[in-house]
Design a protein around this ligand. Sequence first.
Ligand code: C6P
Length: 417
Amino acid sequence: MSTPTPVQTKAAKLDVERLRQDFPILRQEIAGKPLAYLDNAASVQKPEAVIQAVERCYREYYANIHRGVHALSQRSTEAYEAARAKVADFLGAEQPAENVFVRGTTEAINLVAQSFVRPRLKPGDEILITGMEHHSNIVPWQLLRDETGAQLNVVPLQADGTVRLEDFEARLNERTRFVSVVHVSNALGTVNPVKEMIRLAHERGVPVLVDGAQAVPHMGVDVRDLDADFYCFSGHKLYGPTGIGVLYGRMEHLKGMRPYQGGGDMIRYVTFEKTDFAEVPQKFEAGTPNIVGTIGLGAAIDYLQQVGLDAIAAHEADLLDYATRQLSALEGVRIYGTAPEKAAVVSFTMDQAHPHDIGTILDMNGVAIRAGHHCAQPVMDFYGVAATARASFGLYNTHAEVDALVAALDKVRELFG
Ligand code: C6P
């Protein structure tokens, strides 16, 4: 199996040019210009180590898991369960079984909504979220609200894209049954003080889910240090394959939860009268899972741990600082989300052009960004815009790519200004 190109870890400094060689997709031109891939909050590119892990599974030992007595099935099962142990180590979970493999963050939140929260809700109860949530941390709760008569309570956003802890605390009340908050906002980059939020919720006996989709690729996360009840993320944003993600849950919670999907591989014994469910985590993994995606996710975690999340965080903080300074200096550019604690996301508009036009002109210059509402329409409503352009960084991005973004924005101004 290929290992990542060795990097300098001294003084937490990445050798980005060498790391870029691990990502074959980056070696290409778009519209005759070197690709500057700045759409990492949507999905990140995959290193050779992940591509090879996936290919090796298909070529050498692929079979269905947990079912076969034959050699290939045993090897696949071992690799699948080894990935679970890697996730546990990555998140600081007490045991591998606390990590349920799901399709991604969206499925993880729906699972908790249906299996943990729904049975606890009665009319008038409240679920507390913030004004900066992704739709996947809004809609599942609205579905529950409509089915149970519970209410959604939303901590308001501030102009800088933060929520105030005092506002959060003030909204925790005797009706609050559950808190579900994003760790890092995908639309604004804001890093929420989730450890404090969890402490405040726990003081009132309220369990907390943290949506870590935009956090785990950028910073070390320790679910036990946070004291999170649930924590979830998607593999495709963590340099791993699509279609695989993780729901971490405390064992005591997972044990008490009834699965919301039934099928093969999640049972101990089935008759027409009743079913005995398998143990955690299998009881939540009905049907043939994303075997190869899981193995690829394990390889992505190995890769990131070898590169070092502290070094990645330092590199991305430098890029964010550089990009923010460059974009702020451009006439007619407005940046949304100026929190003191931010991950590597710059959301902006330009007076001269619509975000979709910005995205198109940038693409014609080899620069890939996302333009739209970023599945966070309430955030857009708060700022009174329909969409923003968003540049988001990963471990392989460079100052030269930020310069390419700025040069392409100059062209947008020339065209529309
Ligand atoms: N945000 C973005 O461009 P899934 O689609 O299940 O892998 O992840 C959903 C999700 C949940 N929470 C946050 C904070 C997210 O950023 C995302 C995905 C992508 O911002 C695609 S909309």
